[in-house]
Design a binder for this molecule. Sequence first.
Ligand SMILES: *Cc1c(COP(=O)(O)O)cnc(C)c1O
Length: 383
Amino acid sequence: MKAIPYGRQHINQEDIDAVVEVLKSDYLTQGPKIEELEKKFAQYIGSSYALAVSNGTAALHLCTLALNVSKGSNVITTPLTFVASANCVEYCGGNVYFADIDPDTYLLDINKVKALIESKPKGFFSGIIPVDFAGYPVDLEQYRQLAKEHNLWIVEDACHAPGGYFTDSTATQQWCGNSKFADLAIFSFHPVKHIATGEGGMITTNNEELYKKLLLLRTHGITKNADLLIENHGGWYYEMQELGYNYRLTDFQAALGISQLARADKGLQRRKEIARKYDEAFQGTSLKTPKPHPGHAYHLYVIQVENRLVLYNHLRNKNIFAQVHYIPVHLQPFYKQKGHTANEFPIVEEYYKHCLSIPMYPTLTDDEQQYIIDTINNYLATY
Ligand SMILES: *Cc1c(COP(=O)(O)O)cnc(C)c1O
């Protein structure tokens, strides 16, 4: 059996043709493919606006900038995420606070968030960054209620959940990242994510004011829009009105994104099929499988196993490259040096001892999946 990774991209001939076409065109960057991807992505997710950026981390950074995170700002996120969800607060000089996870959904526990907010003076916190971990959708309606009570903004890190949804109190399906209840949402197009452009990311929102701010910040804070200029010296004239960055996506990446987006639903259906097969295969074993949810986007399929290191090594020896998501962020040396300690968040730390992400991606074949299942079940029978 050839090596099986935990996740991987799917590139077909149409993707390649789409990229080559742009390479032969007039625009490698700042051309028409960006807007086309943005329009189609906004439509797919159900937001009014979408803004393509160079990667998911840049998307997070632009969000904290647009929301005026600065020295002294205090923001809450989950310790169970990729470090970028927290780092975007640090980039702006703000402080990150963590709250523990729910042991079943693995999402940021809203009751722990409430307790954290109430433990500090009124107005202490400015925002929350919930994460649709593994593709399990955050109930953002509940977070909006909490945010309203405490005057907080919400940035949804939806990197794991394009196509995922939760059902709100009016029985309406709310797509992850549609920004109905969040101020802003972000996605990544890294190759292990659902839609791959190499590097790439997207911000979605329904807030026109924030969208305009993000547009400026993506391109050095520079505008050429005659309606926005303070002075105007002629056709060449532009103004740098804010300290922005170059966080643009290229047109050939956008073309790849457009082509990938067209089969995103197919990929999601396949992910759900793979999840169902794993669920069935491990039913009645000692493994803990993911809590089912109809709107789960299955970026990851995380199991919990008694002795994770032994199973991890066993799988590696059989050419199955499982992965661990994630080392809790507060235990990273950078965050420990800010005062975080072991045993601070017992639920996520216990989760970390046992979690393992087994292969989950649309092009995983039935034979490969059966091989993975047999290998794991053999392990369980042996150890
Ligand atoms: C991948 C990921 C990011 C960062 O995205 P990049 O495109 O790699 O910068 C942020 N948050 C989460 C939850 C992610 O999975």
